[in-house]
Design a protein around this ligand. Structure first.
Ligand code: FAD
Length: 394
């Protein structure tokens, strides 16, 4: 009997869909099981650094993504009280030449659509929506995955199971790691607004980072510049129940009332906001066992202050596919190789994200020292400090 070449992926987020694409390109058949009834991404943007875009382009998703993506010219770091620029880190052509792939900002729905479009037309891709993975059983020929679809139970058989089921991963618990994600006393307020509804200064082709006391604000254009994505992060003791919730516009406006008028004008522009409590969680022990592994936020959720959670999931996908292709006769060996290759880098990204979260929210006098140090270093040297992150190939 021919050996199965089916890999089952739990979760159709950025990680699960990229894993499906990478695995299919490596010669596998992939069944993705997703609990949501429809594929619907959060109404928000995402920054995709060159370590991620290079992979997406190589997988054939670049053309689809290019349509809505913006390649910002720079990351501009600005003081919240005065709107004065602290430093300008060059991106655009300079980053593309340096890292061999562009730095893009995109709407999450465009990223998802790009991945789906790249997957369409291959008979090796099966998507089961409205089905929640509950358990699995390992046997001599591979693995059987059990999922619930409404009142019905379904089973899928394959040679390996990839848990790309996000921060609150069921499969991480099944592997024995039951410590819950940790709330990090930060809330992200997110909104999207039409570019013609905000002041012209905020429509530039840049990722702008405003630093204030106990809060920071990030904005960048998406949808080819037609919309602006806003993320306002505040120190917060209160967590939103569940994962995200509608936020009251008046609350976020009040929280930023002492900021420079340009920032306040931006915060006042959107009519609706979503609130996200921010969590992370140490790397799993074990990361996988037998024919089961974890990928993306299920394995290494991180705070968004390095803009790398999605990028790390995309990197995971590329490394996973290469390792499984190399050990196609022994999938567990491929999975252990993958886990070993990913541990150090993802832990490093998690640590940097946490540190940025502290540094961004400094109060005086530490904030003055931070700003002086950033200015003294200058944009080019700051960019080079991220070489370890952006200059990476699977
Ligand atoms: C405010 C904010 C800003 C961010 N900005 C950036 C950024 O600029 N750049 C960047 O790279 N990253 C960013 N991130 C991080 C990024 O969003 C995440 O790291 C990324 O979405 C993780 O993808 P994932 O596929 O691993 O998990 P998810 O996107 O959470 O996907 C998991 C999927 O699994 C499904 N699922 C869950 N349980 C089951 C089950 N039992 N059975 C079947 N399906 C299941 C879920 O429905 C979901 O579709 C940001 C995060 C936040 C909160």
């Amino acid at each position: 009997m021919a050996r199965s070449r089916t890999i089952i992926v739990a979760g159709a987020g950025i990680g699960g869909l990229t894993a499906a694409l990478a695995l299919i390109r490596a010669g596998f058949r992939v069944v993705v099981i997703e609990q949501a009834e429809r594929l619907e991404e959060t109404g928000a943007g995402i920054q995709l650094s060159p370590n991620a875009t290079g992979i997406l382009i190589n997988l054939g998703a670049g053309e689809h993504l290019k349509r809505g993506a913006v390649a910002p010219e720079a990351i501009r770091v600005t003081r919240a009280a005065s709107a004065r620029e602290i430093v300008r880190i060059p991106l655009g052509r300079e980053a593309e030449l340096r890292y061999g792939a562009p730095y893009w900002v995109v709407h999450r729905a465009d990223l998802q659509a790009g991945l789906i479009e790249a997957l369409e037309g291959t008979s090796d891709f099966v998507l089961r929506l409205g089905s929640k993975v509950e358990d699995y059983a390992v046997h001599a020929h591979g693995i059987t995955v059990m999922a619930r679809a409404g009142a019905a139970s379904i089973e899928e058989h394959g040679i390996a199971l990839v848990g790309a089921d996000g921060l609150w991963s069921t499969l991480r618990g099944k592997l024995g790691d039951r410590a819950p994600p940790q709330f990090r006393n930060r809330t992200a307020w997110r909104a999207l607004v039409a570019a013609d509804r905000i002041p012209p200064h905020a429509r530039e082709s840049a990722t702008v980072l405003w630093l204030g006391r106990d809060a920071h604000l990030v904005h960048y254009p998406v949808k080819g510049g037609a919309m602006i994505n806003l993320v306002a992060i505040v120190s917060d003791e209160q967590r939103v129940k569940g994962w995200s919730a509608a936020g009251r516009r008046a609350d976020v406006v009040a929280r930023f009332s002492t900021w420079h008028k340009d920032a306040r004008a931006l915060i006042a522009a959107p009519q609706t906001w979503q609130r996200w409590s921010l969590y992370d969680r140490p790397l799993p022990h074990p990361w996988g066992a037998g024919p089961v592994t974890l990928l993306g936020d299920a394995a290494h959720p991180m705070l968004p202050f390095l803009a790398q959670g999605g990028a790390m999931a995309i990197e995971d996908a590329a490394v996973l596919a290469a390792c499984l292709a190399r050990h196609s006769e022994d999938p567990p060996a491929g999975l252990r190789l993958y886990e070993g290759l990913r541990r150090r880098r993802t832990a490093r990204a998690q640590g940097h994200a946490r540190r940025n979260g502290r540094v961004y929210h400094f109060k005086a006098p530490a904030a003055f020292a931070r700003d002086l140090a950033l200015k003294a270093m200058g944009g080019n040297r700051l960019l080079r400090r991220y070489d370890w992150l952006y200059d990476w190939r699977p």
